[in-house]
Design a binder for this molecule. Structure first.
Ligand code: MLT
Length: 211
């Protein structure tokens, strides 16, 4: 049996307000510290679980291998999504948290989308910032009304608008409740991302308490 090195990660326990746990997934070249501030702005008081991607591309951490920009090693995507799913389940047991809402940026958004399709029960929903289709032929998943917010950039040089639209349609076909917005920005995050994500989480929390 080979023993894999554990994920490097940060965990912040959050406040006692019942805010949903967030799984923070950084972009290429980021690490476990990158999105902690963003997570706290999107959902103050949420427990934050933030792993570092275990692939290194020229020294830059990522969550799966790619063959070129926007061209993914899909076998690795599948394998890494399952591995991340196991990490989340272990962390849930360790910290006593519920299934998290993923907040992923770029490469982190892509692995979150793959995880939704490969292991639909692991996440309670997702905020996908500058995401693209992670798998051309995903398994049939039942996302059972899980809320997913996709924020794409109209001038994004990395994610073509039709690819983001294809992801939105793939996730809604699998049963997710998708809200896809196209912002007048590029690949970088903007203040609008934070404002929209924060309002969306507050609304999702409100829906969960009234339903
Ligand atoms: C990816 O490789 O996941 C996407 O091309 C986004 C990126 O990380 O640049």
């Amino acid at each position: 049996m080979t023993t894999r090195p554990p994920f490097t990660y940060r965990f912040e326990p959050g406040g006692r307000t019942g805010a949903p746990p967030l799984l923070l997934l950084h972009g290429t070249g980021g690490d476990e510290n990158d999105l902690l501030h963003l997570g706290a702005m999107i959902s103050p008081d949420s427990p934050l679980l933030s792993p570092r991607g275990r692939i290194l591309e020229n020294g830059m951490p990522r969550f799966f291998r790619r063959l070129a920009e926007g061209v993914f090693d899909e076998e690795d995507v599948r394998h890494r999504a399952l591995e991340l799913g196991e990490f989340i389940q272990d962390a849930r047991g360790r910290y006593g948290i519920g299934s998290p809402l993923a907040v992923g940026y770029s490469n982190g958004a892509n692995i979150a989308a793959a995880l939704l399709l490969m292991r639909p029960r692991v996440l309670s929903g997702a905020i996908l910032l500058r995401a693209m289709v992670p798998l051309t032929d995903p398994p049939a998943a039942d996302l059972d009304g899980k809320p997913v917010l996709i924020l794409s950039g109209r001038q994004d040089p990395i994610v073509p608008a039709d690819n983001a639209a294809a992801l939105a349609s793939m996730l809604s076909t699998a049963g997710a409740k998708v809200d896809h917005r196209l912002l007048p920005v590029g690949h970088q995050l903007s203040q609008a991302d934070i404002t929209l994500a924060r309002a969306w989480v507050a609304e999702a929390k409100h829906q969960a308490t009234v339903s």
